[in-house]
Design a protein around this ligand. Structure first.
Ligand SMILES: Cc1ncc(COP(=O)(O)O)c(C=O)c1O
Length: 384
């Protein structure tokens, strides 16, 4: 029997059978010892993925909830923060902060362009009185398949002597790309369950460092559900203030074991290789990448729609004939690009299937490509 579907949107991702099985376990008492052991295990193991000694907090929420939680816990109305804006998700952070009356200084870039440390550095340098409380940006802007160099931004901020926090959205990059919370000087890192962790959506996970905890003392924005201090106090007892998503924690334990068994660095290498094979195959077929060269994402590849091909027709063929589901362009990129998610449970032979389906679907729609081009290119990448 054929595999049902290749869910190659940039998250939620394909869930490995081992995790699916763990998600069907009977529930346990979330105020009992089994839950405590589960939470303890997950937190210890998760610190290795975040590469941090910071506290880790959980929320039953999507990634956007995690982003909003950071805004309401660190800031007060009128506080100044810098937000990189170069895609739907980075702009969402600015929107959330503005909705709470935070004064947002935007570093605007075209969608598809990376945000350079110099561009943030200039804004911090001009802030002579050190009024800016934080710099917020994603490691991976999923909308356009672009990455930001968080390591160099962290280095620049440390050297600048500016006290702003570095808050990084790692929703579509953690457990996929190299990321070092502590080594890179990241104060707050926010992720969610449905991408690199290969889980259903519904769990956000946030690493909060010492400098950030200090800001929670000053924050005047209202909160109850998102209150980091209350959540930390309960999580120190290996409980949550409210009913936790226990099933997702069963899955998280399994996902963390899978990552540990492969080795996190091997996971990073695998993602990098899958991304390279995808990009090479795309270029071999005469298609062009949307993201700025040199900053292409290792978890999602954005590709210009070829002239004359309509995304809807293309994706209909992909799904109905081959069971492959890709992402379209969002908002202003709708109809202009398509996106291939290659994150989480993604392995060498999957790339042949996905790219082969793309090639055949485009061919059927009249796109001039020699059949077999993608698979030849993929083999060349893997045999290199
Ligand atoms: C980089 C990034 N940040 C934030 C989000 C928002 O997460 P969610 O859709 O889980 O709220 C996404 C979702 O794809 C994302 O890719």
């Amino acid at each position: 029997m054929e595999r049902d579907e290749y869910l190659q949107i940039p998250g939620p991702t394909n869930i490995p059978p081992r995790i699916l099985r763990s998600l069907s376990m009977p529930l346990i008492n979330h105020r009992g010892p089994e839950f405590e052991a589960l939470l303890k295990y997950c937190l210890k193991s998760l610190k290795k993925v975040f590469r941090t000694d910071h506290d880790i907090l959980f929320f039953p929420s999507s990634g956007s909830g995690g982003l909003e939680s950071a805004i309401v816990n660190f800031f007060s109305p009128g506080d100044k923060i810098v937000v990189a804006c170069h895609g739907l998700f980075s702009e969402r952070v600015a929107l959330i902060a503005e909705n709470y009356g935070v004064d947002v200084i935007k570093v605007n870039k075209e969608w598809g362009e990376t945000v350079r440390s110099e561009e943030i550095g200039v804004v911090l340098k001009n802030d002579l009185n050190h009024e800016i409380k934080a710099v917020c940006l994603p490691q991976n802007e999923t909308t356009s398949g672009i990455t930001n160099d968080i390591e160099s931004i962290g280095k620049m901020m440390k050297l600048s002597g500016h006290p702003a926090l570095l808050i990084v959205d790692v929703v579509s990059s953690l457990a996929c790309m190299p990321f070092e919370t502590d080594l890179w000087g990241v104060d707050v890192a926010i992720t969610a369950s449905q991408k690199g962790f290969m889980l259903p959506p519904g769990l956000s996970m946030i690493a909060v460092g010492e400098r950030a905890w200090k800001l929670t003392e000053e924050s005047k924005l209202p909160k109850w559900y998102w209150d980091y201090k209350a959540v930390r106090a309960k999580m120190e007892e290996y409980q949550m203030p409210y009913t936790p998503p226990t099933t997702l924690l069963f899955g998280l334990k399994e996902a963390l074991d899978i990552l540990e068994e492969e080795g996190l660095e091997n996971v990073w290498k695998r993602h990098s290789l899958m991304a390279e094979a995808t990009r090479n195959a795309i270029k071999a077929m005469g298609l062009s990448l949307y993201a700025e060269a040199g900053y292409e994402s290792d978890t999602v590849t954005a590709i210009h729609m070829p002239d004359g091909i309509v995304f809807k027709e293309f994706s209909n063929i992909l799904k109905s004939k081959y069971g492959v589901v890709l992402g379209g362009g969002l908002q202003k990129l709708q109809g202009k690009i398509f996106r291939v998610g290659h994150l989480g449970s993604i392995h060498k032979l999957d790339i042949y299937a996905i790219m082969g389906a793309i090639e055949m679907s485009l061919f059927e729609l009249g796109y001039p490509v020699e059949l077999g081009t993608a698979s030849k290119s993929i083999s060349e990448t893997f045999l290199k």
